[in-house]
Design a protein around this ligand. Structure first.
Ligand SMILES: Cc1cc2nc3c(=O)[nH]c(=O)nc-3n(C[C@H](O)[C@H](O)[C@H](O)COP(=O)(O)OP(=O)(O)OC[C@H]3O[C@@H](n4cnc5c(N)ncnc54)[C@H](O)[C@@H]3O)c2cc1C
Length: 626
């Protein structure tokens, strides 16, 4: 009896011992090994047991073929297959997501694995990214059913109503204004909220996509109170925000990621009229003159043709969809001719207009109280066990806890902010430099002298995103071979007037002011550290030139790339799709994903893309009758 008690006390103590700092790098390596092993096993089983693609029609003709089962594709496949009379084929290059993808705290560990991530890198950036590996930006994209919703940070934001009113103005189609789009956001939202446990006690089920309201995460109270002191609105992130600071909402359910695979596809896959073919890499669309008739895809080394009687719907994402159009002979003539691809339709906008929320990280803002999230202290065998048993604890945490929107002096419009900032309550755990380098694909050895200096300090970091950039880039295939990745150039800070860099400098300065002049942060001794960011030693700290140097060195993507098949009105030369999302100049092809945005919205893009999926599906239902 006594020995039993002693054993229980001892084991409880042991469970609470923090794992050595080495645990985090070892954790990354373990995730990489497990991902490779599981994906190889799944792939091999598929080759052996399902060498031929499953089919539900003979001959293989479907009403609709959907290419890509990501954030938008999962929604479209779900809605179209609700009509039992329609035969729907969904072709997806990846497989079902791994269990590892469902654990929120593993988000950066799950990135950059070639089996589950397209692992794109940009071309070297001309105006920034001096701390990135070869000046190339890491541009992860999910490669599995659920697409990038399996890799994203799970932050759920609809965006500013003015973003969508602007889309309606650009396209000349009122159906794209916020008032008319709201129903497409709401149709998939199932809100759950206000939880007492600081590390996420999630409740509730039902609804297609579960959105959890996190209100008690570390440092979020200070985040909101300090902003209130400066006169900001304190509202919900999705309360049609203007300038506001608030806690975040996340697409999580019971402590797990709620991907679009989970929310929209998993159950729909049981329908007899929906055929989901995995490991299917779509090469191109088959054309008869200007009419699309089907697609060619490659599966386990075989080329397979399949026909669609109604439409081909591209949901392959911001990089995949323009690449497929270009390989199919639909795109800028000079590009297609240079690659000897027969031109079906000269459409100069395909792949042009790429936008993203370029990002930098301000920090560490040192704190003199033990309030931040120190991975070294809180990851213990007990916390891992707690997640395994109850889906609670640090593994439910997604690295950021608060969001803020505000406007800089250009365009100075508090109702339509151009900056979005995120609070990351991460303290300076031992492997911080390595972790941040991994997340943003930066040169670790450049960062180590800077971040290692603060090892063990409580601190916070702020991710500063340019919400309404002017710079635009492009996506261009380099070959007609679908295995060759395209050239992706986000072309950050390339706008002629230099507005983008000026806005980021002003935002950085505002963040420093916010931490150093507001009572809640002053009480915690908030101190933007006084070391120079590597490469910026020649500039005076806190001068505009210094901030510019920091921003141009530490450049990251927010992974919000979009706008490479822009929607636009008749007569607009660069418009790729009309406001019904039909590809211009050809018949029977639609694009429904983040690539159709005419201009980026100042919000994380998963919610807007899911909305585009719902709106796109409703356009198809209207056109073809239900
Ligand atoms: C690391 C990361 C963090 C992010 N964080 C957030 C966040 O916190 N909140 C937020 O709102 N947004 C976030 N985003 C952005 C958001 O997830 C994406 O904008 C959104 O998922 C894009 O949806 P999509 O349908 O356009 O493309 P995807 O979801 O990328 O789907 C495209 C699908 O098409 C498939 N595909 C591509 N090419 C082919 C082909 N040739 N043949 C067959 N299949 C193909 C892909 O495998 C994929 O499944 C993040 C993204 C990433 C990568």
């Amino acid at each position: 009896m006594a020995s039993n008690l002693l054993f229980r006390i001892l084991s409880r103590e042991l469970l609470n011992i923090p794992l050595p700092s080495l645990f985090i790098p070892v954790g990354y390596a373990t995730i990489a090994i497990v991902t490779t092993l599981v994906c190889t096993a799944k792939f091999t089983a598929d080759v052996v047991f399902r060498p031929n693609p499953p089919t539900i029609t003979q001959p293989e003709t479907y009403d609709f073929i959907i290419v890509g089962g990501g954030s938008a594709g999962a929604v479209v496949a779900n809605r179209l297959s609700e009509n039992a009379r329609w035969k729907v084929l969904l072709l997806e290059a990846g497989d079902t997501p791994l269990i590892l993808n469902s654990i929120p705290g593993l988000l950066s560990g799950n990135m950059y694995h070639k089996d589950t991530d397209w692992n794109y890198f940009s071309v070297p950036q001309k105006n920034c990214s001096y701390t990135s590996l070869n000046q190339k930006i890491g541009l992860s994209r999910g490669k599995s059913l659920g697409g990038s919703s399996n890799l994203n940070f799970m932050i759920y934001q609809r965006g500013n109503p003015k973003d969508y009113d602007n889309w309606a103005n650009i396209t000349g189609d009122k159906s794209w204004n916020y008032k008319n789009l709201l129903k497409y956001f709401k149709i998939s939202e199932d809100y759950h909220g206000n939880f007492p446990d600081p590390l996420g006690q999630y409740h509730g089920s039902g609804g297609p996509l579960t959105i959890s309201k996190l209100r008690n995460e570390p440092l979020v109270k200070q985040w909101v109170a300090a902003a209130e002191e400066l006169g900001f609105n304190i509202t919900d992130p999705n309360a049609e925000q203007t300038s506001t600071f608030s806690p975040i909402d996340t697409t999580t359910k019971n402590g797990q990621r709620d991907s679009t695979y989970n929310a929209f596809l998993r159950n729909a896959m049981n329908r007899k009229n929906l055929n989901v073919v995995r490991y299917a890499v779509v090469d191109k669309i088959l054309m008869s003159g200007k009419n699309a008739t089907g697609v060619v895809y490659i599966r386990h080394g075989k080329k397979i043709e399949v026909q669609a009687s109604k439409e081909i719907i591209l949901c392959a994402g911001v990089f995949g969809s323009p690449s497929i159009l270009q390989r199919s002979g639909i795109g800028p003539r000079h590009l297609l001719e240079s690659l000897k691809i027969p031109v079906v339709h000269d459409l100069p906008g395909v792949g042009e207009g790429l936008q993203d929320h370029v990002m930098t990280v301000a920090g560490p803002i040192l704190l003199n109280d033990s309030v931040s999230f120190m991975f070294d202290d809180i990851i213990s065998p007990g916390t891992l066990l707690k997640y395994a048993r109850k889906r609670l604890g640090p593994l439910t945490f997604i690295v950021v806890s608060g969001v803020g929107f505000f406007s800089t002096s250009e365009p100075k419009n508090p109702d339509w902010p151009n900056i979005c900032v995120f609070l990351s309550p991460m303290g300076m755990h031992a492997s911080f430099a390595q972790d941040i380098a991994r997340l943003f694909a930066l040169e670790r050895k450049l960062l180590e002298p800077y971040y290692n200096h603060f090892k063990g300090h409580h601190a916070t970091q702020v991710f500063i995103n340019l919400g309404r950039p002017e710079s635009r880039g492009s996506v261009k295939i380099k070959s007609s071979d679908p295995d060759v990745p395209p050239d992706i150039d986000p072309n950050y800070y390339s706008d002629a007037g230099g507005k983008d860099i000026r806005a980021m400098i002003e935002a950085f300065k505002f963040i420093i002011k916010y931490f150093t002049t507001t009572t809640p942060w002053m009480k915690l001794g908030a101190n933007p550290n006084k070391r120079h960011f590597p490469g910026c030693e020649n500039f005076q700290l806190r001068s505009d030139e210094y901030y510019e140097c920091h921003i141009r060195h530490f450049t990251g993507s927010s992974w919000h790339s979009c706008c490479t098949n822009q929607m636009g009105p008749d007569g607009e030369q660069m418009a790729v799709v009309d406001s019904n999302l039909r590809v211009r100049g050809v018949k029977k092809i639609r694009v429904i994903d983040a690539s159709i945005m005419p201009i980026i919205s100042n919000a994380n893009l998963n919610a807007p893309t899911i909305m585009i999926g719902e709106k796109g599906a409703s356009l198809l239902l209207q056109e073809w009758g239900y």
